[in-house]
Design a protein around this ligand. Structure first.
Ligand SMILES: *[C@@H]1O[C@H](CO)[C@@H](O)[C@H](O)[C@H]1NC(C)=O
Ligand SMILES: *[C@@H]1O[C@H](CO)[C@@H](O)[C@H](O)[C@H]1NC(C)=O
Length: 177
């Protein structure tokens, strides 16, 4: 669910035809319940950084009939200053289903789906354990040309303008040349 945000920044990049020659490295993955009374458990684990493996668990204490997703995608410049390349707000319920129809990263999400029991729409049920089970990133599912840069994707889950959860993903693309 969190990886769609990677797509956002890549959308605006020109896509080449050559096979990509980079590896994806995740430096950090953090998940935090902001409205703790609505979340029984929220945890993310980065099992491996290079060719990343991630796992996540989410158990809500309120059923979500609706929610919003707010994402910002930033690139770090050489001097370490951040440059915002995309920010967007989406209907979270629609987003759960729509990510599998994404053209550029469709292949990625179709495989992702086999690693998670996240629903493809609302409601997100209270007391149910939603998991991502050791999903491994594969660079051949990403666009062939992307800048060699550090990036950060921050995603917030909101309901009625209140932040419920915060997910921060930091990584980089490392070219093998
Ligand atoms: C979700 O959390 C609640 C409260 O801690 C717990 O009672 C319930 O068993 C959990 N659900 C699952 C499926 O782990
Ligand atoms: C996930 O991967 C980690 C590290 O490779 C491993 O210790 C763990 O047992 C795996 N979990 C599952 C559910 O496969």
């Amino acid at each position: 669910m969190l990886f769609a945000r990677l797509a956002i920044g890549f959308f605006i990049l020109e896509l080449g035809h050559a096979r990509n020659h980079y590896e994806i490295v995740l430096n950090s993955l953090k998940c935090r319940a902001v409205k703790e009374s609505a979340v029984n458990e929220m945890a993310c684990v980065l099992h491996r950084k290079r060719t990343p493996i991630i796992a996540a668990r989410l158990n809500l204490s309120e059923t979500f009939q609706n929610f919003e997703i707010q994402s910002t995608f930033d690139l770090f410049k050489k001097d370490n200053t951040r440059m915002n390349v995309a920010s967007l707000k989406m209907d979270g319920c629609k987003y759960l289903g729509a990510m599998y129809e994404n053209n550029i990263l469709g292949k990625l999400f179709r495989r992702f789906k086999t690693f998670t029991n996240l629903p493809s729409g609302c409601p997100m049920l209270k007391g149910k354990l939603y998991e991502i089970r050791n999903y491994t990133f594969r660079s051949d599912e990403f666009p062939p040309s992307a800048p060699q840069a550090k990036w950060q994707v921050r995603t917030r889950l909101l309901r009625r303008a209140e932040v419920y959860a915060d997910i921060l993903l930091e990584g980089e693309l490392v070219y093998n040349t």
